[in-house]
Design a protein around this ligand. Structure first.
Ligand code: SF4
Length: 51
């Protein structure tokens, strides 16, 4: 499974980053809005972050 963040609905809460067992989610941009991105090389597609 390929995971990416939908910025149209993401509220930048950071919960996905906290639960990722692979530390595959990192900050992408801080201003004007805090955004995260998935690092494809680290993501195993486990789905833990989806909820
Ligand atoms: S699918 Fe799993 S490994 Fe990939 S970003 Fe989400 S929690 Fe991390």
């Amino acid at each position: 499974m390929r995971v990416s963040i939908d910025y149209a609905i993401c509220n930048s809460c950071g919960l996905c980053r906290e639960v990722c067992p692979e530390s595959a989610i990192r900050p992408k941009l801080l201003e004007p809005r805090h955004l995260y991105e998935v690092i494809p090389e680290k993501c195993t597609g486990c789905g833990e972050c989806l909820d």
